[in-house]
Design a protein around this ligand. Structure first.
Ligand code: ATP
Ligand code: MG
Length: 274
């Protein structure tokens, strides 16, 4: 699916919040059109900050971001950019409870001035795409968590964004609903070539994408394709006796013998995120 056209690129991206904390500390990330990737990392490592900057919900302190050939710093109409170029899905679906599933999907299309009839038809076909053809007239409180999140995905792609950004989209769901959500993203990626970037804590969610970027203290610590032997070996190590002992915070004698003490904190962090 992936070709070589660069869709999103950050160069030396830095975000310092008011309290002087460097949430991002020089992130260089390139995403090609049609990629399906995930961003992992410990809590506070900068995942949401990166996502918010990519979606122009916040501004960087330094560095540049290019999306679909445009430098975000020089975009005049950011509302237009947010509503047409990027689609967002968050942990909480933020659907309006008094509007039906279909009406919720229609909301972003008011920005693009199409007829009522076309808007409704597009919303219905988006609901079909996420497997909710029969729920179009249902109110969100009467949908399951997974169904609501799929409505949120349909809404996020209503204006055919260039990139879909999702922050912990399965965070509130049981594993079965989470898997359904990931299938919905995968289908969009395969069938529409949608570029999808998912922030997640969940290793199984990350492994269902094609590439895992790991943030650590605001920097990219790893960036690997899924199926890379690195991840497979590390996962096996985590399940091994030595891995289990390390996860419990103990330092086994092997570590001293191998002289690996200084690697311990990093190793534990990586294992904790597998
Ligand atoms: N609006 C803000 N003002 C000040 N500091 C912030 C703000 N948002 C995030 N931070 C800080 O920036 C760092 C990175 O936060 P961020 O939310 O990006 O982490 P995260 O990787 O998404 O974490 P989590 O997995 O818990 O969602 C954290 O130390 C956080 O406390
Ligand atoms: Mg976050």
């Amino acid at each position: 699916m992936t070709n070589k056209e660069i869709l999103a690129k950050t160069t030396d991206l830095v975000k310092v919040y008011e309290d002087k904390m460097r949430a991002l500390d020089g992130v260089n990330l390139t995403v090609h059109r049609g990629e399906f990737l995930s961003v992992m990392g410990p809590s506070g490592s900068g995942k949401s900050t990166l996502l918010n900057l990519l979606g122009a919900l916040d501004r960087p302190s330094a560095g540049d971001i290019y999306i679909a050939g445009e430098a975000l710093g020089s975009i005049k109409d950011l509302n237009r950019f947010r509503s047409r170029t990027v689609g967002f899905v968050f942990q909480l679906h933020n659907l309006l409870p008094t509007l039906t599933a279909c009406e919720n999907v229609e909301i972003p299309m008011f920005e693009i001035h199409i007829s009522n009839r076309e808007r409704r038809q597009r919303a219905l076909s988006l609901l079909v795409e996420v497997g909710l053809a029969d729920k179009a007239d249902q109110l969100p409180p009467r949908l399951s968590g997974g169904e609501r999140q799929r409505v949120a995905i349909a809404r996020a792609i209503a204006n055919e964004p260039q990139i879909l950004l999702a922050d912990e989209p399965t965070g509130n769901l049981d594993s079965t609903s989470g898997a359904e959500i990931m299938q919905a993203f995968r289908k969009l990626n395969r069938e529409k070539g949608m570029t999808v970037l998912i922030v997640t804590h969940d290793p199984s969610v990350a492994r269902s994408t094609d590439r895992i970027v790991v943030l650590q203290d605001g920097r990219i610590a790893r960036d690997e394709p899924v199926g890379d032997p690195y991840w497979r070996d590390l996962h096996e190590f985590k399940l091994s006796g030595l891995g289990q002992v390390l996860m419990e915070g103990k330092v086994p004698p092997e570590i001293h013998e191998l002289g690996l003490e200084r690697l311990l904190p990093e190793l534990r962090d990586v294992l904790a995120n597998l």
